[in-house]
Design a binder for this molecule. Structure first.
Ligand code: HEC
Length: 182
């Protein structure tokens, strides 16, 4: 009891002088180096480089960081048409962090982008992705534009031949039709 009182008295002057922490604005950078490191880790284990970084999968992940996520001219052709992994370095640098947080929790793309993975991430994880990608700076050029199913893409491209969907499988229309881009 006496110790408790002593602690209270001895710490009072210190704490009384501290300004109370202001609420954090959404765009205010906090612990940026930690978030950047976390974003790098998420990009690595989340497989983003496998598609969005040219030569990454082919080299066993040996592409230097300055070339990461600059988009790819290697298309993915399937019943949806041909899609190209976008240049995330350019695209994220055009958005504010607040815009990215809204966009990345609601966007829908064509296959084979696992948009559901990004949408399911926590706000903190998606914020970390943003901090890491924008810390690399804007680089490279836009990936080629999407081609509809009736257009033959130039090489190189992966051609995906999908199994027929079971009649009762939910969500199959997303993979077999050409949905409108969002
Ligand atoms: C299997 C390949 C693949 C993987 C893995 C992948 N992407 Fe994509 N991504 C694509 C393709 C292809 C598109 C273009 C889709 C379209 O045209 O509709 C795309 C589009 C996107 C877009 C929307 C376009 C833009 O630039 O705003 C975002 C954001 C994105 N990817 C982020 C990520 C992130 C973050 C990861 C890792 C968690 C990731 N992608 C993993 C292939 C992939």
């Amino acid at each position: 009891m006496r110790t408790g009182l002593f602690l209270l008295i001895s710490t009072f002057p210190l704490t009384a002088c501290q300004p109370s922490p202001a609420p954090r604005a959404q765009d205010e950078p906090i612990a940026t180096p930690d978030l950047i490191a976390k974003g790098q880790y998420l990009v690595k284990i989340g497989g983003c480089n496998d598609c969005h970084t040219p030569g990454y999968a082919q080299s066993g992940g040996k592409v230097p960081k300055q070339h990461w996520l600059t988009g790819s001219g290697q298309g993915f052709m399937g019943p949806w048409g041909t899609t190209y992994p976008s240049n995330l370095r350019l695209n994220l640098s055009k958005m504010s962090e607040a815009e990215w947080l809204v966009y990345s929790s609601t966007f829908h793309t064509r296959p084979p982008m696992p948009d559901f993975t990004v949408r399911d991430m926590s706000d903190d994880d998606r914020r970390a992705l943003y901090r890491f990608v924008t810390s690399l700076g804007s680089a490279g050029t836009e990936a080629p534009a999407y081609l509809p199913p009736d257009q033959q893409p130039p090489a190189p491209y992966f051609q995906l031949v999908l199994p027929a969907a079971p009649a009762d499988a939910p969500g199959q229309e997303h993979a077999t039709k050409a949905p409108a881009a969002s």
